[in-house]
Ligand binder design. Structure first.
Ligand code: NAD
Ligand code: TYD
Length: 353
């Protein structure tokens, strides 16, 4: 049996493939366009693994995806591929529309054409698992209940709007064509292989380089942090036992303000890699101009997946952030390899002031 994983060279996709191959003998075909965020080094340890085949390509390349499906006959397609960074979507939304909306549509079309003529049992057992985000639900006030699966869609950024559009297409392919789809909405992930444009790896990297730790606005925005290994476990569980047509919210039960997250990282680094001048890393914090349309709070109500699929996160924020900071300290060569010219141009543009 085989699964096809898209976006497999990115942060969550790579963690998922590595975790999968540690637990299963089932073959993985991975498809990734290798944008600035995709990095084959993430999959280095499975490069020569006979159970893994990497293909460079776009989810929107219908003939390529059709050929892959025909050749490998996967029992499931897991779609992690996306443009994923909110700030980049504000800077230039085009790629988000192309990959997240048009790309997902074309992938669905290729999958539908493959799935339709399958034998009855294969059709029934097939799964298309779409990895979405809690950001499609918009922003919560401080006292509002956390997002449940029936929360209305209210995306606020070009990124979340493009993910919302892709979710609707996935849903429509179930209702119209009967494709057995599953959609997951997770909160902010963190952990190994996280590209250092996102808050946690950016703060670790900047701290070690002696650079400012940029906090947008007042830093009181809240995110519900989910350790990536927990997220991978939840996806495996949804693939295994989720009901086709359903959506599942996946969260870490770890609501934190951005300032608290930055303080936690500074505290870990003070302990593990003290600054040579004896000062604390907190001295490097710089409050900067806020992100336009910045969502104030995200929080996931993960009670459905716990109740129906018996999944809950294992890591607390303290245990997850400790693992993450250690991973970055131990993998500085990886950080240097991803902080290429294109990355430096982005950092210069985004944080110029
Ligand atoms: P990422 O940006 O690290 O990786 C995305 C990967 O997709 C990259 O390897 C990139 O090369 C690939 N890709 C982009 N466009 C492609 C295309 N057209 N065809 C094929 N491959 C393409 O993102 P991530 O953090 O790993 O996120 C994975 C998924 O999880 C995304 O769908 C994202 O929306 C969702 N998500 C992420 C988070 C998070 O905190 N990181 C939270 C909620 C949801
Ligand atoms: P990010 O990691 O970009 O994830 P998302 O926008 O998908 O939640 O940002 C997490 C939070 O951190 C978000 O509230 C924006 C904030 N943030 C900063 O304060 N400074 C930064 O340099 C970045 C990248 C993010």
């Amino acid at each position: 049996m085989t699964i096809l994983v898209t976006g497999s060279a990115g942060f969550i996709g790579a963690n998922f493939v590595l975790d999968w191959l540690q637990r299963h003998d089932e073959k993985v075909v991975s498809l990734d366009k290798l944008t600035y965020a995709g990095n084959l080094r993430n999959l280095e340890s499975v490069k020569d693994d006979a159970r893994h085949r990497f293909v460079r390509g776009d989810i929107g390349d219908n003939p390529l995806v059709a050929d892959l499906l025909k050749e490998h006959r996967p029992r499931a397609v897991l779609n992690f591929a996306a443009e994923s960074h909110v700030d980049r979507s504000i800077d230039g939304p085009e790629d988000f529309i192309q990959t997240n909306i048009v790309g997902t549509f074309r992938l669905l079309e290729a999958v539908r054409a493959y799935w339709n003529p399958l034998a009855e049992e294969e059709r029934r057992n097939f799964r298309f698992l779409h990895v979405s985000t809690d950001e499609v639900y918009g922003s919560l006030t401080p006292a509002a209940p956390a997002f449940c699966e029936t929360h209305r869609y209210q995306p606020n950024s070009p990124y979340s709007a493009s993910k919302a559009a892709s979710d609707h297409l996935v849903r429509a392919y179930h209702h119209t064509y009967g494709l057995p789809v599953l959609t997951t909405h997770c909160s902010n992930n963190y952990g190994p292989y996280h590209f250092p444009e996102k808050l946690i790896p950016l703060v670790i990297n900047n701290a070690l380089l002696g650079k400012p730790l940029p906090v947008y606005g007042d830093g009181q925005q809240i995110r519900d942090w989910l350790y990536v290994g927990d997220h991978c476990g939840a996806i495996r569980r949804v693939l295994e036992a989720g009901r086709p047509g359903e959506t599942y919210n996946i969260g870490g039960n770890n609501e934190k303000t951005n300032v608290d997250v930055v303080h936690a990282i500074c505290g870990m680094l003070d302990e593990l890699r003290p600054r040579p001048d004896g000062k604390g890393y907190r001295d490097q914090i710089a409050f900067i101009k806020d992100r336009p349309g910045h969502d104030r709070r995200y929080a996931i109500d993960a009670s459905r997946i716990q109740r129906e699929l018996d999944w809950k996160p294992r890591e607390t924020f303290d245990s997850g952030i400790a693992k993450t900071v250690r991973w970055y300290l131990d993998n500085q060569a990886w950080v240097q390899s991803v902080t290429s010219g294109a990355y430096r141009d982005w950092m210069d543009r985004q944080y110029r002031e």
